[in-house]
Design a protein around this ligand. Structure first.
Ligand SMILES: Nc1nc2c(ncn2[C@@H]2O[C@H](COP(=O)(O)OP(=O)(O)OP(=O)(O)O)[C@@H](O)[C@H]2O)c(=O)[nH]1
Ligand SMILES: [Mg+2]
Length: 193
């Protein structure tokens, strides 16, 4: 995968703003503040390309990044952020589920989970929903730099069980150290080509 030419394309707030479905695309989903934008920056090797924040709810809209003439990466707004008004949360959910179900060029969804946390019902719901809708996904357990090796394995197993994920399916990742980046690129390549 060649990430030398990457540009921000647009931020989509309604289905009719979606760019023409001309390139394959990969979406990045997960709870608010889990590290979606940081993961994309690390993947692309561009520190400031995607805005990162310690404050949850930073990413709003579907943010499209174009990689060369090869594919789009789509940074989705996070779910499970209590401070956003309910009506607004529902709008987001509606837009995202419509997008995920209908986008013909969507190759897979990278679902990002914080390795430190217990399995959360919203993540389980997303995994189950993707399975029911036959949408391919790659589970990524991120922020592994925050745990010791032992804790990492213990927590990864707990998440595997909670979300019915086979250990060979998921990737352990750190946006800080870059661990897991090669695994993620290999997994993405298998979906995009
Ligand atoms: N130590 C560590 N911190 C991380 C990692 N990934 C993200 N962070 C931090 O977690 C916070 C949230 O990161 P973002 O990338 O903005 O998270 P997001 O999922 O895009 O958040 P929203 O757009 O608000 O949904 C920031 O303070 C990041 O620096 C990681 O792998 N390791
Ligand atoms: Mg973000």
């Amino acid at each position: 995968m060649d990430f030398s030419k990457v540009k921000f394309l647009l931020s989509v707030h309604s289905i009719k703003q979606l760019p023409a479905a001309e390139l394959p695309e990969v979406a990045f989903a997960g709870r608010s503040n889990v590290g979606k934008s940081s993961l994309i920056n690390k993947l692309l090797g561009r520190k400031g390309l995607v805005k990162v924040s310690a404050r949850p709810g930073k990413t709003q809209g579907l943010n499209y990044f174009q990689v060369g003439e090869q594919f789009y990466l789509v940074d989705l707004p996070g779910y499970g952020f209590a401070k956003v008004p309910k009506a607004m949360q529902n709008d987001w959910q509606g837009l995202i589920s419509t997008y995920l179900q209908n986008r013909s060029t969507l190759k897979c969804v990278v679902v990002i989970v914080d390795i430190r946390h217990e399995p959360k019902s919203q993540d389980t719901q997303l995994f189950d929903w993707l399975r029911v809708n036959n949408i391919p996904f790659i589970p990524v357990y991120t922020k592994i730099d925050k745990l010791s090796g032992n804790e990492r394995m213990k927590n990864a197993t707990r998440l595997d069980k909670g979300h019915s994920i086979h250990p060979s399916q998921r990737i352990l990742f750190s946006a800080k150290s870059g661990q897991g980046r090669d695994d993620l690129i290999a997994a993405l390549a298998s979906f995009v080509w």
